[in-house]
Ligand binder design. Structure first.
Ligand code: BGC
Length: 359
């Protein structure tokens, strides 16, 4: 099969911007529908063990479904993914105050880039076919002071579908002032389809011996805790639902899994194995490989279930799982975590591969 793409209309966003959708048909059979509206993944078809294709990401038909912000369905997250405590950090002797847009246990923080993060903009898009690959390159300029962050950032995110059914996400950014950057992709998988019920029966493996526990406001305490003997030990594949309702302080804070695992492979220039998700019912599987040192796993414990999925059915509790490759939350306030400060003129680079297969 030759890779190909089509471009179609994706309506007008609540900010009045015209959006497009790109249907990428990979040479290996996987089909990825994405919008230039925040790089959102609208549909993603992967084969089961009999070769039957199904859309395995959570999304909606109504354009308003995609209108930015919580729960960040399928989008690119920037400038800073995850939480910053109290919306405050200091850099080069200057204090920065960000808008508070998330309130776990009533405690305010900045989440996923702020009130209008990078998910809520229409990006410039260049679709391409390159040999066996098909993809789309998204870019946008985030002006100095956007969401109160310092520095003008030129950001580029490239989605590539390979003949081996790998969806690769390459991030690149450059700033004219020192600034924090921690980008990720927020797609929610459900290998039974988005209306197929909870993902608690999916088997997850995470190559991590440590997590960063949080306080009630879901801000890491700074501790790096061993997963041994806890419901956070996924080093051997385990059903997500196996221990999710066990009495455990951390699971209570997150209302399930909503935590940052510290990957054993560490940070690297090349992608390394981070995690996998497998659905025993139909054999669909994804392996996540990344250059990032950490992974946030979020089992849709807070999603607003009054929303309708693409088929018109209501979304259920735990209708998807997001596997967000990243640096640790609240890094600007945690000197013991690897820094997310990108120096003026330096190039921020990060890559993650979602390798699809069936067993
Ligand atoms: C966070 C959750 C949040 C969700 C949707 C995840 O990345 O960890 O706490 O509810 O995004 O906003």
């Amino acid at each position: 099969m030759k890779p190909s793409y089509e471009v179609s209309n994706f309506g007008v966003t609540k900010y009045g911007e015209k959006a497009s959708k790109f249907t990428l048909r990979g040479a290996g059979g996987v089909v990825l529908e994405v919008s230039d509206y925040g790089g959102k993944v609208v549909r993603l078809f992967t084969p089961d063990r009999d070769g039957a294709m199904k859309d395995v990401v959570v999304g909606g038909d109504d354009p308003s479904f995609w209108d930015g912000g919580d729960p960040y369905w399928g989008c690119i997250i920037g400038r800073v993914g995850n939480r910053i405590a109290g919306g405050r950090f200091s850099l080069n002797g200057k204090d920065y105050e960000l808008a508070l847009n998330n309130f776990p246990a009533g405690i305010g923080c900045s989440l996923h880039g702020g009130k209008r993060g990078w998910d809520a903009y229409v990006w410039s898009a260049k679709p391409f076919v390159d040999g066996d690959d098909v993809g789309v390159e998204f870019s946008r300029v985030s002006p100095d002071g956007e969401e109160n962050y310092p520095g003008t950032v030129i950001a580029k995110v490239t989605y590539t579908l390979t003949k081996d059914n790998v969806w690769r996400v390459d991030y690149e950014a450059q700033s004219d002032e020192d600034t924090p950057i921690n980008m990720t992709q927020h797609v929610y998988f459900n290998f039974k389809g988005e209306s197929g019920g909870t993902i608690e029966d999916h088997v997850m493996t995470i190559a991590a011996s440590n997590v960063t526990p949080t306080d009630a406001g879901q801000i890491p305490t700074g501790e790096i805790a061993k997963v041994d003997g806890t419901p956070f030990d996924f080093r051997k594949g385990m059903r997500i639902g196996e221990r999710i309702n066990e009495p455990d302080e951390q699971l209570e804070i997150g209302k399930g899994y909503d935590h940052n695992w510290v990957l054993d492979k560490g940070q690297g220039d090349a992608v390394g194995y981070a995690a996998s998700l497998y659905c025993p019912l139909n054999g669909r599987k994804v392996e996540v490989w990344t250059t990032e040192p950490c992974l946030q796993v979020y089992t849709a414990n807070w999603a607003s279930y009054d929303q309708k999925a693409k088929g018109g059915e209501h979304l259920s509790f735990r209708c998807g799982v997001a596997l967000e490759t990243q640096h640790a939350p609240d890094s600007p306030n945690k000197p013991q975590f690897p820094s997310i400060i990108v120096k003026k003129g330096d190039i921020y680079r990060s890559s993650t591969e979602f390798r699809f297969s069936a067993q």
